[in-house]
Design a binder for this molecule. Structure first.
Ligand code: BJW
Ligand code: ZN
Length: 249
């Protein structure tokens, strides 16, 4: 698919770029999405594995599931989509990445300003006293560790359903969305709130909002344009077209 010229025209006058990414951003790296037909929620139960109630009723099961996913993430690399997003920092005044992903692939690709709305899978903390757990979990055996201060179970530093998002990251994300000249909404189904509210914050403040997703989503009809391609294809193409146009001036 050709990249519509309006996206390049908007980029040529843009200063503040915001990326809102979801699981589809990492799909081409080999990380599973959640709600696609072959996604995680097709095989696993979100209430059992991604809620405090689920964790309390079977902490070892939840720990094992996150260990399995951490193992996947440790063995994959950022893809061309992450790399194109990181490269944008060379050409624009301000690039903010707001991600729902817990895999740190944006940071590994070199993006500097990344807000992790749903935490990350690399860090852990005590589910009871909330003290950070600093031992590398690779050093541990497979049994769920317990807190050295209070004996509570250690949990991954991700945000489960019903839990508040990290407030600073969320507030900064709202501000960045309101200041955005252009927002790219990449690889998210737009079904989980409050993250899915951010494209509306951007649009209501005058941003041009572009969706990158092979499929139609809950957000598609509200955004300015949808590019139905994988992000590892679309984002490098957009950057390349922008650089060609800029070279022409
Ligand atoms: C590609 C591609 C390629 C494929 N290129 N694209 C009713 C209405 C509204 C809200 C609620 C409600 N009932 C409950 C709520 C609130 C709830 C919510 O939104 N629920 C809805 C599902 C109904 N939200 C919450 O609970 C949040 N907290 C909250 O609201 O707190 C309130 C509070 C305030 C004060 C005190 C206390 C509480 C928290 C949400 C946490 C979400 N957590 C998870 C798990 C994180 C940890 C982990 O990784 O295990 O986050 S769930 C899961 O969904 C994960 C994701 O970040 C999140 C979003 O998914 P995402 O990224 O959009 O992935 P998919 O799979 O859905 O979509 C992938 C897309 O990629 C698809 O569209 C593909 O087409 C596309 N794609 N390949 C580009 N190559
Ligand atoms: Zn503790």
């Amino acid at each position: 698919m050709e990249i519509p010229k309006i996206i390049i025209d908007k980029l040529k006058i843009a200063k503040n770029i915001v990326i809102l990414s979801g699981a589809g951003m990492s799909a081409e790296s080999g990380v599973s999405t959640f709600r696609d037909p072959d996604g995680l929620w097709a095989k696993f139960s979100p209430t059992e594995l991604a809620s405090m109630d689920g964790f309390m009723s079977n902490p070892q099961l939840v720990w094992d599931w996150y260990s399995m996913r951490l193992n996947v993430i440790n063995n994959v690399s950022p893809n061309n989509g992450h790399k194109a997003v990181a490269e944008m920092e060379k050409y624009f005044d301000d690039v903010t990445v707001i991600t729902q992903n817990v895999d740190k692939l944006h940071q590994r690709a070199g993006s500097k300003k990344v807000y992790e709305l749903h935490g990350n899978i690399v860090e852990n903390y005590c589910s009871k006293c909330h003290e950070p757990f600093t031992k590398s979990i690779l050093e541990l055996d497979k049994e769920i560790p317990k807190c050295e201060h209070c004996g509570g179970y250690i949990r991954p530093a991700v945000v489960w359903f019903g839990e508040e998002l990290p407030q600073k990251a969320f507030k900064e994300s709202v501000i960045a969305s309101q200041k955005a000249d252009i927002m790219f909404v990449i690889g998210t189904s737009g079904e989980v709130y409050p993250a899915a509210q951010l494209p509306f914050n951007a649009k209501n403040s005058g941003a041009f909002v572009v969706e990158i997703n092979p499929n139609h989503t809950a957000l598609s009809q509200y955004l300015d344009i949808s590019i139905h391609e994988p992000s590892g294809v679309a984002m490098p193409k957009i950057l390349e077209n922008y650089l060609i146009e800029r070279g022409r001036k």
